[in-house]
Design a protein around this ligand. Structure first.
Ligand SMILES: [Zn+2]
Length: 78
């Protein structure tokens, strides 16, 4: 279990937070460096899962999920 705890600390240190798209369920890792700038790390599985990923405009449902994470304080900005 100590390995898992170490992994989690590393996650928090990197500022990456797991967010799942409320519509398609694609799990991504998100880091918000400012209110305007959001970097999203897509796993291969998430890219396959989210149809909107291929659209280049991004997934609106995922964007909303990210906003929810910020509002709930789960995703810290900065
Ligand atoms: Zn999606």
């Amino acid at each position: 279990m100590s390995d898992t705890a170490a992994d989690r600390r590393e996650f928090l240190g990197s500022g990456l937070v797991d967010v799942a798209c409320a519509r398609c369920g694609a799990g991504v890792r998100v880091r918000k460096t400012s209110a305007e700038h959001t970097s999203i790390q897509w796993s291969t599985a998430a890219q396959r899962r989210c149809e909107a990923f291929a659209l280049r405009t991004g997934c609106p449902a995922l964007r909303r999920s990210i906003e929810d994470a910020v509002e709930s304080g789960r995703l810290l900005v900065g």
